[in-house]
Design a protein around this ligand. Structure first.
Ligand code: ADP
Ligand code: MG
Length: 383
């Protein structure tokens, strides 16, 4: 086990690709840490530098306060599990798991004990004498995880380890990995592009975009207080609806602004947040809005935008309504679970306190929603 620190880490591939840009963060001893971001954001590069599989172009990396920049993966004592496991297909599960212990010269007795322990933890003891080539994808991945953990690494690096498995199996392995990590207390880093994996398994996570670290924190914190428009849209079970407004103006006591495809009503509390030219980005989560049918009145002084129903999908206790507003797609949950016709005209309304606001130039958050219906907990309950 170890605590990890990255100091201004940069990775260049040749002269053209600056894949990781000045990334600094610390991971506590025993923590389960997530690296989350879209494809190409530099997650794997960070993980491979942590593991010692890739050199650091600039900056430093410390394990328990000591630089490991020049150390091999063996010297760092890391273990790694990739999306595609690299088991020896002709070897049995037992032989695969025992392999790293064997090359370290452990006795047969020790090996049997350690392999038995980890096999039980991963529920693969009944498969222990089956060849890897005769196992399902999920079973193989369990064996790969067992092999990584059996020698008690300082750091466990997981790169999209369950991404290719089917939904049910992924959900099970998510839980098992978390349980295992907790009981062993091994400092672990998981790379994923899936916000659900990141939020369910990790203690804290880092969101990356184009090689730049955007935000670090617990899932709840990032969900409720995203630092910018990108994080607000990327992180969550349902993407935040974003509205890029311009020409904010007042007319008979009510505020309006232009959306590319029409006009929206803007709560007066937000009028001072617009730029000098009257631009502003507003955001609201699909659970923080109301869908109004023709003739229904919006709450006073709320944000309102009108469009046409693209599709309405029943999801358990509620209806997920997808609405087309010009080129923009807006999503809203209707807890009343009413029926909607395709192309029916509806208005989405959000009370002022439900809205996020972002600087139109930098896209940094300038105002957080005051919650209510938009918390991660209520989103999770809705799945
Ligand atoms: P992620 O894991 O988030 O998808 P990566 O760390 O794999 O991101 O890649 C980050 C960027 O670096 C991408 O633009 C990718 O194309 C580039 N890249 C990754 N590995 C190499 C490499 N070995 N040589 C050149 N470019 C690379
Ligand atoms: Mg990757």
């Amino acid at each position: 086990m170890a605590s990890i620190e990255l100091r201004n880490v940069n990775k260049w591939y040749g002269q053209a690709v600056h894949a990781v840009k000045d990334v600094s963060f610390t991971i506590e001893d025993g923590e389960f840490f997530g690296l989350l971001g879209p494809s190409g954001s530099g997650k794997t590069s960070v993980l491979r530098m942590l593991a010692g599989l890739e050199t650091i172009t600039e900056g430093d990396m410390l394990f328990d306060g000591l630089s490991v920049a020049d150390k091999t993966p063996q010297q760092r004592n890391i273990a790694m599990v990739f999306e595609q496991n690299a088991l020896y297909p002709h070897m049995t599960a037992r032989q695969n798991i025992a392999y790293p212990l064997k090359i370290r010269g452990k006795s047969k007795h020790e090996i049997d004990e350690m392999v038995g322990d980890v096999a039980r933890m991963l529920h693969i003891d009944h498969l222990i004498d089956r060849r890897a080539s005769q196992m399902s994808g999920g079973q193989q991945q369990r064996v790969a995880i067992a092999r990584a953990l059996v020698r008690r690494p300082n750091l466990l690096c997981l790169d999209e380890p369950i991404a290719h498995l089917d939904t049910l199996l992924r959900a099970r392995l998510r839980g098992e990995l978390k349980r295992l990590q907790r009981s062993l207390g091994t400092t672990s880093v998981i790379v994923t592009h899936d916000p659900i994996e990141a939020m369910t398994m990790t203690d804290r996570l880092a969101v990356m975009r184009d090689g730049v670290l955007q935000q670090i924190g617990a899932a709840d914190e990032i969900h409720n207080r995203p630092i910018n428009a990108f994080v607000s849209q990327f992180f969550g079970l349902h993407s935040m609806n974003l509205f890029r407004l311009s020409q904010l103006r007042e007319e008979t006591g009510r505020h309006y602004a232009k959306l590319e495809s029409g006009e929206v009503g803007v709560p007066s509390a937000l009028k001072d947040m617009a730029s000098k030219s009257g631009s502003l980005i507003l955001g609201c989560r699909p659970h923080a809005v109301e869908v109004l049918k023709a003739g229904e009145e919006a709450p006073a002084d709320s944000f309102t935008v009108t469009g046409k129903v693209y599709v309405a999908e029943p999801l358990g206790d509620e209806m997920l309504v997808t609405i087309q507003v010009g080129d923009l797609i807006v999503q809203a949950f209707d807890g009343r679970k009413r029926d909607y016709a395709i192309d029916e005209e509806v208005t989405v309304a959000a009370r002022s306190e439900m809205l996020y606001a972002f600087n139109p130039e930098t896209e940094d958050t300038i105002r957080f929603s005051e919650g209510g219906g938009s918390s991660l907990k209520s989103e999770m309950l809705a799945v």
